[in-house]
Design a protein around this ligand. Structure first.
Ligand code: G6P
Length: 614
């Protein structure tokens, strides 16, 4: 949700900033801008509606020299995406430029006062209010930029990651964060600033994560200094990044989404690695074992998440209840946080988030923490806010996910949830050794099954052509296949903009079956499981009303394949792993329909990968 990049050092800032913006474009892509200072100490701002490539065209014939700069790619919150609302924003005197990720909630009150003081505004953003306010504070208090930022932010309510440069000091970038991520990269006499480490990794692996309500002063000569809003110096802890550059490239694929779908045969190997013993008889998640008592005494587990992670959470509910016999509740983090939730001291709250930055999930974690629950995080981005806010957790280790529609993170999350359930079940003695080993052995074989199912790519591309121009879709499943159906429908709507709904198959008869006619495509997940026969009956109900059914079935299925219109066969697996295996054809199906429709699959309209506003 908005990407921030900054650079100060001996190199030309512009190419570094633009490259950084491209890396962060997944965070938002409705407008982009850059501000830098040249040797004459001129502060130039260029910005435009559209993507980073539009910014590049705009800046093409301009003087882009300068060794200090900040840049931004936007996902609009306040004010429509247009040239005026794009960041950076100038202060009134055009001596200060600022970029911002987040929302200033009390911007209207501050703006009213600034208007009274004679300030005028060019945009309708909360961000312009903030930069004007910083200038106002700087002038009235006669302080330098850092102090002005501290004083201004102490009066601000909301979420922010900001970076500010000031014509009066071409040797400093001042930045700050609250509830929106910010990382500083430490190079050789040069410094980088970004919303996450992806723009930094090709220059240095040394980073400092800025914490909430901290201001960082990055000085050409004096390096990095962290302060709180009361001007007390904080320790800047330097962390070494483990990411590598090739993970951020398309690797020969058309786009990141297709690459990430195909990567899953490997990412699940990475996810499992080191967590299952060589004999394949034991799984250990250290985050659980290190907090054994919490898991032994837990009376209830609450899982909070958003979007695709929420679908993984629903699968987690099935896994944990099945294997550990602990009651589980799954909550949308955005609802949980405003609902006066009842949380007991021996509750465990699991937060699932690919980015580790989703504002609602982070807030849910804070609420649960305040009420004394033990918090377990399942994140992908190492060092992210949620990962740092939780008491313990497990990374999914699937590598950077850049396509906005989540794919490999979903299968990684289910994989970690299954290892979590197995570890807890073993601890609590709720699983027989035979069943435990059977599940572990099957889990180890899942990457091979994904390899098999990925061979369906061409077949699914052909199938997608038949349905490209459908206006609606229904996805059905029962048991473990129900959340898988929700996720299949979400993938399709996110990237193709076709209306798609996921439904528990047996619930169709209570209303939605009214939608079925010979033009309604229905994707039915009917792999072999405990309730296979029941699902078959539900499919019959759809066929009796002439719906067009595409079924995902287990290899060798003869019953469903004889009644539906199209069949996708996936390798046989335990029912708890069917959502991982069936995720692949559903992702590919959504992908090819979107491609056929000419959509930008990596950057679908209106969406952003990391939602750091509530
Ligand atoms: C956004 C993304 C989704 C993602 C959701 C939750 O809406 O577009 O793909 O599932 O946020 O993100 P998280 O990073 O918390 O898993």
């Amino acid at each position: 949700m908005c990407g921030i990049v900054g650079y100060i050092g001996n190199q030309q800032a512009y190419p570094i900033l633009i490259k950084g913006l491209h890396r962060l474009e997944y965070r938002g892509y409705d407008s982009a801008g850059v501000a830098f200072m040249n040797e004459k100490q001129e502060l130039n701002v260029y910005k435009t509606k559209g993507k980073v490539s539009d910014l590049e065209s705009l800046v093409e014939s301009q003087d882009v020299s300068g060794t200090i700069g900040i840049a931004h790619t936007r996902w609009a919150t306040h004010g429509e995406p247009n040239n005026e609302n794009a960041h950076p924003h100038y202060s009134q005197s055009e001596t200060i430029a600022l970029i911002h990720n987040g929302i200033i909630e009390n911007y209207a009150v501050i703006k009213k006062e600034l208007l009274r003081q004679g300030y005028t505004f060019k945009s309708t953003t909360d961000t312009e209010v903030l930069v004007q306010f910083i200038e106002y504070v700087k002038k009235t208090n006669k302080v330098d930029l850092c102090h002005a930022v501290q004083i201004a932010l102490a009066q601000v309510i909301g979420a922010y990651a900001i970076a500010v440069i000031d014509k009066e000091n071409p040797n400093q970038i001042v930045a700050a964060r609250k509830s929106s991520p910010l990382v500083v990269g430490i190079g050789d006499n040069e410094y980088f600033l970004a919303s996450d480490a992806t723009p930094i990794v090709e220059y240095t692996d040394k980073v400092v994560y800025v914490n909430d309500e901290e201001v960082v002063v990055i000085d050409r000569k004096n390096g990095v200094k962290l302060l709180n809003l009361s001007d007390v110096e904080q320790t800047a802890e330097v962390t070494t990044l483990k990411m590598n550059l090739s993970q951020l490239e398309k690797g020969g694929y058309e786009n990141f989404m297709l690459k990430e779908i195909h990567e899953q045969q490997q990412t699940l190997v990475d996810c499992i690695r080191g967590r299952i013993n060589v004999e394949g008889t034991e799984v250990v998640l250290s985050g659980v074992v290190d907090n054994k008592d919490k898991f032994l005494n837990a009376k209830r587990i609450i899982i909070v998440a958003c979007g695709t992670s929420w679908h993984a959470a629903l699968i987690g509910e099935f896994l944990l209840e099945d294997l550990c016999r602990i009651p589980v509740e799954v909550e949308y983090a955005s609802e949980f946080r405003y609902r006066h939730p009842i949380i007991y001291k021996n509750d465990i709250v699991i937060a699932i988030s690919q980015s580790g930055e989703t504002a609602d999930t982070l807030a849910a974690v804070d609420i649960a923490k305040q009420q004394g629950a033990f918090i377990y995080g399942i994140c992908n981005v190492v060092g992210s806010s949620i990962a740092r806010a939780t008491d313990s957790g497990s990374y999914i280790h699937v590598g950077p996910e850049i396509g906005v529609a989540s794919t490999k993170a979903f299968t990684g999350q289910i994989t970690v949830l299954s290892m979590l359930a197995l570890t807890i079940a073993k601890l609590r003695g709720t699983i027989s050794n035979e069943h435990y080993v059977e599940i572990i052995q099957e889990l180890q074989d899942i990457p091979n099954k994904l390899k098999e199912v990925l061979k369906l790519d061409d077949k699914i591309r052909d199938l997608s052509k038949i349905f490209t121009y459908a206006h609606n879709f229904i996805y059905l499943g029962r048991g473990y296949n129900y959340p898988a159906a929700l996720e299949g429908a979400l993938k399709l709507k996110e990237i193709s903009y076709i209306h798609a709904e996921g439904y528990p198959a047996a619930e169709m008869k209570h209303g939605p079956i009214a939608l079925i006619d010979n033009e309604m495509p229905v994707v039915a997940l009917a792999t072999s499981d405990r309730i296979y026969e029941k699902t078959v009956s539900n499919i019959q109900e759809i066929k009796a009303r002439k719906g067009k059914v595409i079924a995902v079935v287990t290899e060798g299925d003869e019953v469903v394949s004889s009644i539906v219109d199209y069949c996708i066969e996936i390798p046989k697996t335990l029912e708890m792993f069917a959502p991982i295996v069936s995720a692949i054809p559903l992702q590919l199906f959504a992908y090819y329909i979107a491609v056929n429709k000419g959509r930008n699959v990596d950057q679908p309209r209106n969406l952003a990968k990391s939602v750091t506003v509530e």
